[in-house]
Design a protein around this ligand. Structure first.
Ligand code: FMN
Length: 317
């Protein structure tokens, strides 16, 4: 593992990062993940326009735990709105501001945001410049390899971003047109790594310790970002970190206690009604591959009462 990454004045405690994931990397999940020592965690993608319009749900996404080192990620296509949104994030305590140039979802790309910015380099540059000027905290960028197979311009955009003052770049090794098909091209990430002097983080398809070792070997990147690999196993960060160290210090996990804590944090954050509903996916992930998990999932998907869910968790795990 390479030496700890520096992002502006911040020195990360390790190089295993938790990915921004809409609907997943919210405050409750990050608080659970943070028990397992990721080097940095990212918020869900936050729409810049909704942020400056003070949308209530959007503002809730800015909530931060004082102990976490948090990169807040914003998305949008208007340089001035993005700059204003970035300032709000800085004022709310973001340690790092991340720009999303990777989201493949039509609702986002149709508005020229997310990965659509990769095929509009002029606009991408104006956004980076405008946001960079507006904040004092470090600016980072997350993107894919390009829009499609014939336009994999991540190395070029990375060089431009470095010149503008971006401090770190994460590459998900797929094109926008791939969505989540095929596999992340860890070799291509090396091309980005070789194009810049700032840290490059490799992302895509890391599900276990072996993948983590391989992605670093192949991409030569400075660190790893993990998204779906943390579904139902937030301890993956610690497991991977441990695999790089001689002095192994496996953390003991009490799954039942961990899930109950996550559930209660979720209820606290969202309230009973939404908190019960949006925790079902986590219960699905936590119970995956366990005996009778089908029955457990069917049960919790039909229950709406918080105390009932708690009982189900206690009985099943
Ligand atoms: C449910 C879900 C939500 C995501 N939301 C975001 C997001 O808000 N911002 C972002 O940059 N990437 C987002 N991504 C992409 C991930 O950050 C990551 O790049 C991708 O999943 C590949 O990494 P993985 O194989 O480790 O999951 C999302 C992915 C998933 C599966």
């Amino acid at each position: 593992m390479k030496k700890s990454i520096e992002i502006g004045n911040l020195v990360l405690k390790n190089n295993i990062l938790m990915a921004p994931m809409s609907g997943v990397s919210d405050l409750p999940f990050r608080m659970i993940v943070n028990k397992f020592s990721p080097g940095l965690v990212f918020s869900e993608m936050i729409a810049s326009r909704a942020l400056i319009e003070q949308n209530k749900k959007t503002i809730r996404m800015l909530k931060k735990n004082t102990k976490e080192i948090l990169a807040i990620q914003i998305a949008g296509c208007d340089p001035q709105i993005m700059a204003n949104a970035a300032m709000i994030c800085e004022n709310e305590g973001a340690d790092i501001l991340d720009i999303n140039m990777g989201c493949p979802v039509k609702k986002v790309t149709n508005g020229y945001a997310g990965s659509a910015l990769m095929k509009n380099e002029d606009l991408a540059i104006r956004i980076l410049e405008s946001v960079k000027k507006s904040i004092k905290i470090p600016l980072t960028l997350k993107m894919r390899t390009g829009w499609d197979e014939n336009s994999r311009n991540a190395p070029k955009l990375a060089r431009i971003a470095e010149k503008i003052g971006v401090s770190l770049i994460t590459i998900h090794g797929r094109t926008r047109c791939q969505m989540y098909r095929g596999s992340s091209d860890w070799n291509f990430i090396k091309r980005v790594k070789n194009s810049v002097n700032i840290p490059v983080i490799a992302n895509g398809d890391v599900k276990n310790v072996e993948d983590a070792q391989n992605i670093l070997k192949i991409s030569k990147a400075d660190g790893i970002m993990i998204g779906r690999g943390s579904y139902g196993k937030p301890w993956i960060f610690n497991q991977i970190l441990d695999s790089f160290e001689d002095n192994k210090k496996q953390i003991k996990i009490n799954l039942k206690e961990l899930i109950l804590e996550h559930f209660n944090l979720n209820i606290e954050h969202y309230g009973n009604e939404i908190g019960v509903k949006n925790f079902r996916k986590h219960l699905g992930w936590y119970s995956k591959k366990l005996n009778n998990s089908n029955m457990f999932r069917a049960k919790v998907n039909s229950v709406e009462d918080k105390d009932e869910i708690e009982k189900c968790i206690k009985t099943f795990f």
